[in-house]
Design a protein around this ligand. Structure first.
Ligand code: GDG
Length: 747
């Protein structure tokens, strides 16, 4: 293992200049807190990690670089790779696309999204700058971990430049449901998804986000997942959840730091014996600050007995103040604080203590410590680390009120979970928290603390890196092997030496090209001549194994002495014998499926239904590109739900969605045929999803060849259908010398 290179929008610090004196200030924010902790606690050079680097946009001019580097080197042991971006371009990329399109949309504030083309163009350009900066520096063994929504297309851009790179991507904010994601212009959303899919491992905070992402990939890119894995183009990709943790020991330990204890004592003394409710958030509309204040106001109104007995310390950290949607909120919040204080204050008491600043770390911990209740009620939040930090800082007492819409709610179920938009719920939760008996507080806290301690930020990073290494390993196992001349010659040698051969060939897409109308895909003379020549050799058993129905196969190939398999194995006719059915069930199941498919025929011009004995299929080869595909995703989705708990199966084929009775497939049929004839040479070719069953079943027993690109279980790949006949002719041509070398190994 080599270097770990973290890539995020910004470097983890900003520059403070006082005359000639330069100092670096750590940025606040979840990602920085998490990764910095990991960096500070792992020593490069020990174990497997040789070096740690962080790459991001620099918030200082290029001229200051030498000074920054010197100041950084003084107290950091990780390298920095700055990206310098022109200010105007950066604004369009950061304030524009990242924070005025992706951020609002992904947090379900769709009405705030500004779909400006120039923003998207800047986003692509800056992602490109990152790719150009990092690509030439990458060395074998490096692991690149790209973070967050500002860099969603970087994985793909980097992959194009460095196809073998190890790339992880983690999204720190929610991935929204498909219905929200699809609001974006088509080109944008496809570019984003395709971009992220350049990574080997894609991580999210919660199971919901994973599912939302998988759904969008299915609907927009046509790729289905298999549990947490999916095949995209020629690569295996893993998508999983990694709920970010905190540096538990740092926070828990800081709570008993003497300086923190002293500050905490002062805060409490200043507020006499009043209970303290506390919250700290960046100024962001997603954090639900207005709703929180509304809930708090209602609490004061509804539960007057608590007046003068508590205070609410509301700390807001400045953030993104150049974006209008943020600036407006500040005014609204300040007005609301004024209204509440004006309405409920007495000479000696003010309910809200409002502060707009960045807190020094120890002061923040002292406030966590001093607070009887933390009121953390975002309207949406990828995770929310403040909630976890508050819990970690507890020394037994304290109550967490947490929004059920924060990712953290999935792990912190012992908190009082509230709906932040429901003022009644917020108000009653506050009274409940203020009155909670100490033993209950302790009990709830200790359960949550145990969980946070177990999966802390180090586990989080290690878990992600382990999975990344595992995916790479699986990819290596799966690498597609193109059938080259040497391998072809080996297969031919084996063919010529053998005496009892079995040749299994798929029909559409393998023996013949796809046709606009299925009934017109008749074999041409070249195919007929090949099959006839092969089957006239008594040492050959030729099997055409297809999804076609009996009448089509009979009409086209019935006159040849070959075995025919129809409907993926539901019926078969051994050479010189008659048709046999593998399944016999009533046709009733088709009615409901047909009705649904008919609806899609109406909604998608050019599509049509093909009905066979055991399968019913909806073809969309002749439809408008894009529309046909997106309808096929909808149909796939609908059918998958319809057939749950039945013995049916939906297959996402090549421009066709097919439903069939489960329990037979080409794999089982191929094995059965081979079992009956015990051949000493088996060749199997196919191009579609259903052929993968054969490739898997025949592993180690046959030469398996997949036609066309894409991941496959086959041993070899040929890139197009046009290569199939020449290849079969080359392998089976008996004229010419018999090579003397040993047969090509099957393994
Ligand atoms: C994004 C996602 C996800 C805050 N104010 C001060 C301060 N902070 C520190 C906190 C905490 C971090 O900043 C804030 O983290 P959050 O998770 O609450 O929120 P985002 O910045 O929006 O982070 C979020 C996170 O990424 C990680 O994946 O959880 O959902 O939006 O660590 O301690 N630190 C100091 N003074 C402050 O005033 N010292």
């Amino acid at each position: 293992m080599g270097r770990l290179i973290i890539i995020s929008n910004r470097l983890p610090f900003s520059l403070d200049k006082d005359g000639d004196k330069v100092s670096l200030r750590q940025s606040s924010g979840g990602l920085v807190s998490a990764i910095k902790s990991f960096f500070e606690n792992t020593t490069a050079g020990r174990g497997e990690l040789t070096e740690k680097m962080w790459m991001g946009v620099a918030d200082f001019p290029q001229d200051d670089w030498d000074q920054v580097l010197a100041a950084h080197a003084e107290d950091h042991d990780f390298g920095i790779l700055p990206v310098f971006v022109d200010k105007e371009l950066y604004d369009k990329y950061y304030s524009g696309f990242s924070n005025s399109v992706l951020w609002p949309l992904f947090h379900y504030f769709s009405s705030l999204a500004e779909y400006e083309n120039q923003y998207f163009e800047a986003y692509v350009q800056v992602n490109q700058l990152f790719a150009e900066r990092i690509a030439p520096l990458l060395e074998p063994g490096d692991q690149v971990w790209i973070h967050d929504y500002q860099l969603m297309i970087l994985p793909h851009l980097l992959r194009t430049k460095k196809p073998d790179a190890t790339i992880g991507f983690f999204l720190h904010i929610p991935f929204p449901s498909y219905e929200i994601f699809r609001l974006m212009p088509t080109e944008w959303k496809k570019t984003l998804l395709h971009g992220v899919m350049g990574a080997d491992l894609i991580g999210f905070h919660t199971y919901d986000y994973v599912q939302h992402f998988q759904q969008s990939v299915k609907m927009l890119l046509g790729v289905d997942n298999h549990f947490h894995n999916l095949q995209y183009l020629d690569r295996l990709i893993r998508i999983d959840l990694f709920p970010i943790g905190i540096d538990y020991n740092k926070f828990h330990g800081a709570a008993t730091d003497p300086e923190v204890e002293e500050q905490c004592r002062k805060i409490r003394a200043n507020l006499e014996d009043k209970k303290i409710i506390f919250s700290v958030d960046r100024l962001d509309y997603t954090k639900g600050l207005m709703n929180r204040l509304n809930g708090f106001e209602y609490f004061l109104e509804r539960y007057p007995e608590w007046r003068e007995k508590m205070v609410f310390i509301l700390n807001i950290v400045p953030s993104r103040d150049t974006i209008p949607a943020y600036n407006d909120r500040k005014k609204q919040i300040e007005e609301k604080v004024g209204t509440i204080n004006g309405r409920f204050s007495s000479i000696s008491w003010q309910p809200v203590i409002y502060r707009y600043n960045h807190l020094p770390f120890k002061e923040m911990i002292a406030l966590y410590q001093a607070a009887d209740v933390a009121l953390i009620t975002p309207l949406r939040d990828g995770m929310n680390l403040v909630a976890k930090e508050y819990v970690a800082c507890s020394t037994g007492r304290g109550v967490l009120i947490l929004s059920e819409l924060a990712g953290a709610a999935a792990e912190l179920s012992e908190a009082i979970l509230v709906n932040p938009t429901d003022v009644t719920d917020v108000a009653s939760s506050i009274t409940r928290a203020l009155a909670m008996p100490i033993y209950e507080q302790r009990n709830r806290m200790s359960l949550m603390q145990r969980r946070l301690q177990e999966y802390d930020v180090f586990k989080w990073v290690n878990d992600f890196m382990d999975q990344l290494a595992q995916v790479k390993q699986e990819q290596r196992k799966q690498a597609v092997k193109l059938l080259d001349e040497k391998a072809t010659a080996g297969i031919r040698r084996h063919y010529l030496r053998s005496k009892n051969r079995c040749i299994l060939l798929d029909y559409d897409g393998t023996l013949v090209p796809f046709s606009r109308i299925p009934s017109e895909a008749a074999p041409d003379n070249a195919v007929k001549e090949l099959l006839s020549r092969l089957s006239s050799d008594t040492r050959n058993h030729v099997v055409v194994i297809s999804g076609r129905d009996i009448p089509s196969l009979d009409r086209w190939l019935g006159g040849l002495p070959i075995t025919l398999v129809a409907e993926h194995g539901a019926s078969f006719k051994m050479r010189n014998s008659t048709w046999q059915q593998m399944v016999s069930v009533s046709d009733m199941w088709k009615d409901e499926i047909r009705r649904m498919m008919q609806l899609f025929v109406l909604r998608c011009a050019g599509s049509f239904i093909e009905e066979k004995t055991n399968t019913i299929a909806w073809h969309y080869r002749n439809t408008q590109t894009g529309l046909g595909f997106s309808r096929s995703r909808e149909l796939l989705n609908t059918l998958s739900q319809m057939i749950q708990n039945t013995t049916l199966q939906v297959i996402d084929g090549n421009k066709v969605i097919e439903v069939r009775i489960a329990g037979f497939d080409k794999g089982a049929t191929a094995l059965r045929i081979i079992g009956e004839t015990d051949p000493d040479f088996v060749l199997c070719m196919g191009d579609d999803t259903t052929d993968e069953d054969m490739f898997k079943a025949l592993e180690g027993e046959a030469y398996t060849i997949k036609v066309n690109t894409g991941a496959t279980a086959a041993q070899y790949t040929v890139l197009s259908q046009q290569q199939v006949l020449p290849l079969l002719n080359t392998i089976t041509e008996t004229k010419g010398s018999l090579a003397t070398a040993e047969p090509e190994s099957l393994a």
